[in-house]
Design a protein around this ligand. Structure first.
Ligand code: B16
Ligand code: MG
Length: 218
């Protein structure tokens, strides 16, 4: 019978509210190509790698770039994004994140990070939560982007847990599909209508208890 042994957290939109900075950086870049990136289209970029996000935006305007140009604009976007998050600190963590990380740590539940972001290690340091994680798998470590389950399966392997004994917290539909495909217990953080494929949904971590997490396995 499966039981709670580990939790793997997505980063952007689950632990820290960086989604708004990604949006600003992509929105401004899209304008360089006379493309208007709406908040609705931006939803589709959540959990998507930097390169795939750029290609999605370019497709909106029917633009095709060479590989060198793609690399260049990815760098432009990331430079802008890094400027936007330069002053980030623990104040930007989402509600009750520290409480839930402490709760898991105190109860010997393993903690992992599974993020598409190549900036994930930097953000964990900036927000002062890196020390909680026994495993950090990010965009630098995977070949396949979400909805492929690679990022979470690697995490489970590093934590030495079976996916069926592990919760994945995600704010993107692609991440929820990745978690479900990998055999994890998926918990959607955010809009339950948007994340309607999640096994369970929460608005944020406020009020979440160890008992409520354990009950997801019964
Ligand atoms: P970077 P997550 C994802 O992080 C973001 O949701 C997505 O908007 C971003 O494009 C992607 O990381 C890549 O980020 O440009 O920093 O490598 O939600 O999987 O933690
Ligand atoms: Mg996310």
């Amino acid at each position: 019978m499966s039981k709670l042994e580990a939790c793997i957290f997505d980063l952007d939109g689950v632990l820290v509210d960086t989604a708004k900075y990604h949006y600003t950086a992509w929105h401004d870049l899209a304008q360089e190509f006379d493309i208007e990136l709406t908040t609705e289209e931006n939803e589709k970029l959540k959990g998507v790698s930097r390169r795939d996000s750029l290609i999605h935006i370019l497709n909106l305007g029917g633009k095709v770039l060479t590989e060198d140009e793609i690399n260049h604009w990815c760098e432009v976007k990331n430079t802008h994004y890094l400027e936007l998050i330069a002053g980030m600190d623990a104040d930007e963590l989402l509600p009750d994140v520290i409480r839930i990380l402490d709760l898991l740590k105190d109860n010997a539940i393993k903690i992992g990070l599974g993020s598409a972001s190549k900036n994930a290690p930097f953000i964990l340091e900036k927000t002062n939560i890196a020390h909680y994680f026994q495993s950090v798998v990010c965009g630098l470590d995977v070949i396949n982007s979400k909805p492929h389950p690679e990022v979470f399966l690697k995490g489970a392997e590093q934590l030495d847990v079976d996916p069926s004994n592990c919760i994945v917290f995600e704010d993107s539909i692609k991440g929820i599909i990745a978690a479900n495909t990998g055999g994890f217990i998926s918990v959607g953080v955010g809009d339950p209508e948007e994340l309607n494929q999640a096994a369970h949904n929460i608005k944020d971590f406020t009020g979440l208890t160890l008992k409520s997490l354990q009950s997801l396995f019964s």
